[in-house]
Design a protein around this ligand. Structure first.
Ligand SMILES: NC(=O)c1ccc[n+]([C@@H]2O[C@H](COP(=O)([O-])OP(=O)(O)OC[C@H]3O[C@@H](n4cnc5c(N)ncnc54)[C@H](O)[C@@H]3O)[C@@H](O)[C@H]2O)c1
Length: 356
């Protein structure tokens, strides 16, 4: 999964450099470090679409005043095992940290908890946050919605975002199980990467043209729509994400704006997000859930592979292996990402990112 034509960057160097860049945008140092930690985790796991390249997306939003550089998260409601936070239209990662940690604390007391966030922005890769709760022994679920770009299954009226969904679970003697997807066939940022690489075709099943016909033509796809993962099934899951992260979180949903942000429609930055945390030790003796998950995943990984398949994996396996490799060898950023980050650095008067 590592970019074959990429440039290696030391994760520590990238962390310090990105923090400096965010500081230059007015982000307080503790917040800048948290944002960089989540972006670098995505890079390390090979989710480059949601890694440090997002600095290029976030910087103009901060400079335009649409993304608060200093994220102030407030509590709107806090009742029993549930809470609603307001993300202050700042960095989604900062609101997500607070929401998932609050959900974990509540679940450790109440057994199960739901924490939603309104007036937030892009969380980045959701798996970073579900894994955070799973490391505390909890089964965690996360959902986030976004601007209207993707039609309902069978339609061409844009109503939804790529509506990501993640779950993570503790597993004895190993890292948590982490599943982390857009409910569309791919995350929208992956088309941006194809465009940045100047590629004229995209894989089958990613997108339709503007009339809803499946297309492999990159240009036609830019005028069209992402397809749902697995057709009506991904659509149904995406609608659950919209329900949890939009309707339940007092956030925008469909084309309804429900935000203080002046940026609306397809370019809308305000998103909602919801975290659910479940403490398995309420139903099972302490530690038994994680031990059984270990046994379950051992069965999964030792399954007989189908013809043409090397091995059967659990979600998160590939990412974990790549993370270990990139921690040793450096993060393999795409050349186009390094170029975009370099011109952002010049723009902001920050030193150039040092690559190997
Ligand atoms: N914050 C947002 O608004 C937003 C929006 C869209 C996507 N995203 C993020 O984009 C990222 C990428 O999403 P995506 O849909 O392109 O991911 P993807 O299609 O690459 O799927 C990744 C998931 O599938 C699992 N997987 C892949 N191959 C597997 C195999 N052979 N066996 C078992 N499991 C396997 C991976 O371990 C991982 O959990 C995610 O981190 C998601 O949170 C965020």
């Amino acid at each position: 999964m590592a970019n074959p034509t990429g440039q290696r960057v030391d994760p520590g160097v990238l962390r310090t450099w990105g923090t400096e860049l965010l500081r230059k945008l007015g982000v307080p140092v503790n917040q800048a470090e948290l944002v960089m930690d989540s972006l670098i985790d995505a890079d390390l796991r090979g989710t480059y679409s949601h890694g440090s390249r997002l600095l290029v997306t976030y910087a103009p939003r901060v400079r335009a005043g649409h993304l608060a550089s200093d994220t102030k998260v407030t509590v709107v409601r806090d009742v029993g095992a549930m809470a609603l936070l307001d993300g202050g239209l700042g960095f989604g990662q900062i609101a997500a940290y607070q929401a998932v940690d609050l959900a974990a604390e509540k679940a450790l007391t109440a057994g199960v908890a739901v924490v939603a966030v309104r007036e937030t922005t892009h969380f980045g890769a959701l798996g970073y946050f579900t894994a955070r709760a799973a490391r505390r022994g909890l089964l965690a679920i996360a959902a986030q919605n976004g601007p209207p770009m993707v039609p309902a299954f069978g339609g061409v009226t844009p109503l939804f975002a790529t509506n990501p969904f993640s779950y993570a679970a503790p597993v004895a003697n190993q890292d948590p199980l982490i599943f982390d997807i857009a409910t569309t066939a791919v995350a929208g940022n992956k088309l941006q990467q194809v465009l940045a690489r100047g590629e004229t075709t995209i894989p089958n099943g990613w997108m339709t043209d503007r009339e809803g016909r499946p297309t492999r033509d990159t240009l036609a796809a830019t005028q069209g729509f992402l397809q749902w993962a697995g057709g009506h099934k991904g659509y149904g899951l995406g609608l659950l994400v919209e329900t949890l992260a939009g309707v339940l979180a007092d956030a925008p949903f469909g084309t309804a704006e429900h935000t203080r942000s002046p940026v609306s429609g397809r370019g809308r930055l305000a998103k909602g997000g919801t975290f659910v945390a479940i403490d398995p030790s309420v139903l099972l003796p302490e530690g038994v859930f994680a031990e059984r998950m270990e046994a379950l995943l051992a069965e999964v990984r030792s399954s007989v592979p189908a013809a043409g398949v090397d091995r059967v994996m659990a979600p998160g396996d590939l990412e974990r292996e790549l993370r270990d490799e990139q921690l040793r060898q450096g993060i393999c950023l795409e050349l186009s990402t390094v170029e975009q980050l370099s011109s952002l650095a010049v723009d902001l008067g920050v030193r150039t990112l040092q690559t190997a």
